[in-house]
Ligand binder design. Structure first.
Ligand code: GDP
Length: 184
């Protein structure tokens, strides 16, 4: 899970080396909560839930799946409230199942209020959770050290830097996913 535009679809595609998740050029357009069954080598298969990005969008419900789209609300404020309520409803249902959680945050924007709120959700409900810093390729060496230090202090846990563009961190992310799957 993560904010709209954090790079979640790109990361999923990079991880599985296929275009399964649709990347969003413009944030806030129609977006589904996707479920993938991931089978990888001899490892046990698992379900990967790609939750709608928070920060935009509202979510009317459609036959069995959750569609999230903008527009149709009386005002931007209504849309924001509806979006938040729908997002929390989805998160509640998902986390009742006690899954492992990965929170994606943009390496360039450490400590956003919405990300901190999301971490409380994940931390409050998920047995096992980790924070991933996306788009790390966009930072120079000094910036990168500063950003990771700040992220680790905000979230009080180690943060794994990744890039869907260069592939950095993807092997470590698979290892982390394997650990989260089997612990707890
Ligand atoms: P989502 O809304 O979280 O699914 O985000 P997307 O995967 O659609 O990515 C949003 C934007 O960030 C797109 O323009 C991507 O090309 C860009 N992006 C995503 N991941 C990376 C990354 O690792 N590095 C860089 N430089 N850009 C990225």
């Amino acid at each position: 899970m993560g904010r709209s535009n954090v790079g979640k679809s790109s990361l999923i595609n990079a991880l599985v080396r296929q275009r399964v998740a649709r990347t969003s050029g413009a944030p806030g357009k129609t977006r589904l909560a996707n479920v993938y069954l991931v089978t990888r080598g001899a490892a046990a298969p698992f379900y990967l839930l790609d939750l709608p990005g928070y920060g935009y969008a509202r979510a009317p419900r459609r036959s069995g799946r959750v569609a999230v789209e903008t527009g149709g609300a009386a005002s931007p404020e209504d849309a924001r409230r509806a979006s938040q309520a729908e997002f929390e409803a989805i998160v509640r249902v998902v986390f009742e199942r006690r899954p492992a959680g990965l929170l994606l945050v943009d390496a360039r924007h450490p400590g956003l209020a919405s990300d901190r709120a999301a971490w409380q959700w994940v931390g409050a409900s998920a047995e096992r959770a980790a924070v991933i810093a996306t788009k790390i390729d966009k930072l120079g060496r000094g910036e990168r050290i500063r950003a990771l230090r700040e992220l680790e202090s905000v979230f009080e846990t180690s943060v794994l830097p990744v890039s869907a563009v260069t592939g950095e961190g993807l092997d470590q992310l698979w290892k982390l996913i394997d650990q989260l799957k089997t612990s707890g």
